[in-house]
Design a protein around this ligand. Structure first.
Ligand code: AMP
Ligand code: MN
Ligand code: MN
Ligand code: MN
Length: 290
């Protein structure tokens, strides 16, 4: 049986990816993606362009975003899918979540300057196309291209993770707020890449149960951030908690992202794909999606 090739997690230059929404749509389509969502961090600026590029290519489209949330002292990402992108409360919530990024970036740059790396704010800005969305990824690109580190991963390992010179603690959206912004706009909230968080079993259980209590309904099972063992583990989590399962590469940039658009394994048969529940929200032009 053919399972829909859905890729419901990816980033454009409206956040910390490097491609335009149009180039990303073309790449997804060329990789065989049939249902796509652009999920820029805390930002909807690319949605209209992504949607119309997808429809021109005959690819199904779901609106998307990835909201930064603070929970139990960690940053957690919540993906929203299939919402009304014009919803006022969602747009206001995302604007507030983006709001602190510039000051945070200035503070990150002071930390890096003290560690012997001057000019990182201006340097990172050279890689930013959306001035409201300066992220650690832009600092990482600057530090790689100036030869301070060999690759993106080592920048995070040496400078940008908690406790390191370029890390600045930040308070993002509340879990309940993020879930309500998404569901209030008619969408479905999904816990992004659960295997990435440094949670104890107790804290992970609290995240999942509180997320569900706030109205969250999905979890990413297949993601570029998961190992093969985590694919199985979080499929079990989806079944255990009655969550819908999602699949998304988390693609950011050619040559940088280890998982190409549309290439993850299919969801295992025992889970309910989130796109089943989102069928009425899928935007498509001519071609029917099977
Ligand atoms: P920010 O929202 O500014 O905290 O930036 C978070 C982004 O940094 C994530 O969305 C990833 O794109 C990127 N990131 C986090 N950890 C790593 C890593 N180890 N290697 C490469 N990119 C990373
Ligand atoms: Mn990112
Ligand atoms: Mn993420
Ligand atoms: Mn992401």
């Amino acid at each position: 049986m053919h399972l829909l090739n859905a890729d419901l997690h990816s980033h454009s230059a409206f956040s910390d990816g490097t491609l335009s929404p149009e180039a990303l749509a073309e790449r997804a389509h060329a990789q065989g993606v049939e249902l796509w969502a652009l999920t820029d961090h805390d930002e909807l600026g690319g949605q209209q362009r992504a949607r119309s590029a997808a429809l021109d290519l005959g690819m199904g489209y779901l609106t998307g975003t990835e909201i930064s949330v603070s929970f139990a002292g960690e940053t957690v990402h919540i993906v929203g899918l299939g919402f009304d992108a014009d919803d006022a409360a969602l747009n206001a919530g995302l604007a507030a979540t983006r709001g602190g990024r510039r000051q945070r970036a200035l503070d990150m740059a002071s930390g890096l300057a003290k560690a012997g790396i001057p000019g990182a704010f201006e340097g990172a800005l050279r890689y930013v196309s959306n001035p409201e969305l300066i992220s650690r990824t832009h600092f990482a690109r600057f530090l790689v291209e100036t030869g301070v580190c060999a690759d993106m991963h080592s920048v995070f390992r040496r400078y940008l993770k908690e406790g390191l010179p370029g890390y600045v603690p930040h308070v993002w959206a509340g879990l309940g707020d993020a879930v309500r912004w998404i569901t209030g706009a008619g969408g479905i909230a999904v816990i992004a890449h659960p295997g990435r968080y440094k949670f104890s079993a107790t804290a992970e259980y609290a995240l999942i149960t509180e997320f569900i209590a706030h109205g969250g309904r999905g979890v990413e099972v297949m993601t570029g951030s998961h190992s093969a063992a985590e694919h199985i583990r979080y499929a079990d989590t989806a079944v255990e908690f009655g969550l819908l399962a999602s699949r998304g590469s988390d693609f950011h940039s050619p040559g940088e992202s280890r998982t190409e658009l549309g290439t993850l394994p299919d969801l295992p048969g025992r889970v309910d794909p989130v796109w089943g529940a989102l069928a009425p929200r899928v935007q498509s032009s001519r071609q029917a999606l099977s």
